[in-house]
Design a binder for this molecule. Structure first.
Ligand code: F6P
Length: 319
C-alpha cells in the first residue's frame, strides 16, 4: 500500500475533519502517501484530487464540516461515472480508499471494491442509522446541539406556559430524537420506529398541566411527522398555545464533542491499518468502547436496531 485516498461523502457530520486528520497523520506516520479527494465521489470522477501533507490537516480537529467538501453523487451511480472514477484512481496511483460517510457512501464503497479498489468505510452521519456500530461520527455532537436547544426552549416555554414542539433530523430513524429527548427531559418523543397516538400525547400534556406543570416539550423526529402538523394537532385537541422549532441543519454543524473527536481519531487510524493489512470491503465501528470491524456488504443489508428499552425508559421517566 503506497498511496491511500480519502473522501467524505453524503451529509456532513461534525467529526469528519478529525477522521480526515487521523487518516492523513496515520498514513504519514507509517510512510504512506495520502491523497484527498474533493467533493466525494464527484471528485473521483472529475479528478479533483490533491496530495495531503501533515500541515494540510493542522487546526481542523475541532472544526465541524469537512475540509474535503462533500456531495451526494448521482454521476457515480452510472457505469460511465464509475469507469471514470476508476481511471482517475489508477492515474493517481491510489491503492486503497477510506470512505467517510453514511449508507449511500458505503454503497459507493462497495461498488469500488467490486471494481477492484480496496475500500474501507468509516461511519459518519448525525442520523446514527448505520448497523454494526453503536455510534457514527457526528451523532453525539448533534444530540448535544439538540439538548442545548431544548434547554433554551424550556426557559421560554416555562415563562409562557406553552407547549413547544421541536422537530429534529434523523431521516427515517429516530436515534437523535430518542437520545436528545431522554437527555432533555422531553414529555413525549415521536419517532418513526414507534407508532404514536396523538390523543395519548395530548392526554399526557393535559395531565401535566392539571398537576401544575408550566410547559411541555415534544420532540418529533422528521421521519415520524412534521413538527408543524403535530403542533397544530396538539393545539386543536388541547386548546393550549403551541410553538414549533424545526432545528434543521443547525444539527449538522458546530465543534465536534470530545466523544466524536476520539471516535473519529480511532476509526481513522483503524481504517488505514486495515488497508495496510490487505483488507477490503470493511466498515470500522465501535461497540461499547471497543473498535470493531464489519463486512460492508453485511452492514448494508441490515437495519440498525432501535433501542426500545431507552424509549420505554424515556416514557417511564416523563410520566
Ligand atoms: O443524513 C443526514 C441528514 O442531515 C438527515 O438527517 C436529513 O434528513 C438529511 O441529511 C438532510 O439532507 P440535506 O443536507 O440534503 O438537506
Amino acid at each position: 500500500m503506497n498511496t491511500i485516498g480519502i473522501l467524505t461523502s453524503g451529509g456532513d457530520a461534525p467529526g469528519m475533519n478529525a477522521a480526515i486528520r487521523a487518516v492523513v497523520r496515520k498514513c504519514i506516520y507509517d510512510g504512506i502517501n495520502v491523497k484527498g479527494i474533493i467533493r466525494g465521489f464527484n471528485g473521483l470522477i472529475s479528478g479533483d484530487i490533491k496530495t495531503m501533507d501533515i500541515g494540510s490537516v493542522a487546526d481542523i480537529i475541532h472544526r465541524g464540516g469537512t475540509i474535503l467538501l462533500t456531495a451526494r453523487s448521482e454521476k457515480f451511480k452510472t457505469e460511465e461515472g464509475q469507469k471514470k472514477a476508476v481511471e482517475n484512481i489508477k492515474k493517481h496511483k491510489i491503492d486503497g480508499l477510506v470512505i467517510i460517510g453514511g449508507d449511500g457512501s458505503f454503497r459507493g464503497a462497495q461498488v469500488l471494491n467490486r471494481l477492484g479498489i480496496p475500500s474501507i468505510g468509516i461511519p459518519a452521519t448525525i442520523d446514527n442509522d448505520i448497523a454494526g456500530t453503536d455510534y457514527s461520527i457526528g451523532f453525539d455532537t448533534a444530540v448535544n446541539t439538540v439538548i442545548d436547544v431544548i434547554n433554551k426552549i424550556r426557559d421560554t416555554a416555562t415563562s409562557h406556559e406553552r407547549i413547544n414542539v421541536i422537530e429534529v433530523m434523523g431521516r427515517d430513524s429516530g436515534f437523535i430524537a430518542l437520545e436528545a429527548g431522554l437527555a432533555g427531559g422531553a414529555e413525549s418523543i415521536l419517532v418513526p420506529e414507534v407508532k404514536f397516538d396523538i390523543n395519548k400525547v395530548c392526554d399526557k400534556i393535559i395531565r401535566g398541566y392539571q398537576r401544575g406543570k408550566l410547559h411541555s416539550i415534544i420532540i418529533v423526529a422528521e421521519g415520524a411527522a412534521s413538527g408543524f402538523g403535530i403542533s397544530e394537532s396538539i393545539k386543536t385537541i388541547t386548546g393550549f398555545e403551541t410553538r414549533v422549532t424545526v432545528l434543521g441543519h443547525i444539527q449538522r454543524g458546530g465543534n465536534p464533542t470530545a466523544l466524536d473527536r476520539v471516535l473519529a481519531s480511532r476509526m481513522g487510524s483503524k481504517a488505514v491499518e486495515l488497508l495496510e493489512n490487505g483488507e477490503e470491503n470493511k466498515m470500522v465501528g465501535v461497540i461499547g468502547r471497543q473498535i470493531v470491524v464489519n463486512d460492508l456488504s453485511e452492514i448494508l443489508v441490515q437495519k440498525k436496531e432501535f433501542n426500545y428499552d431507552i424509549y420505554k425508559l424515556a416514557e417511564v421517566l416523563s410520566i
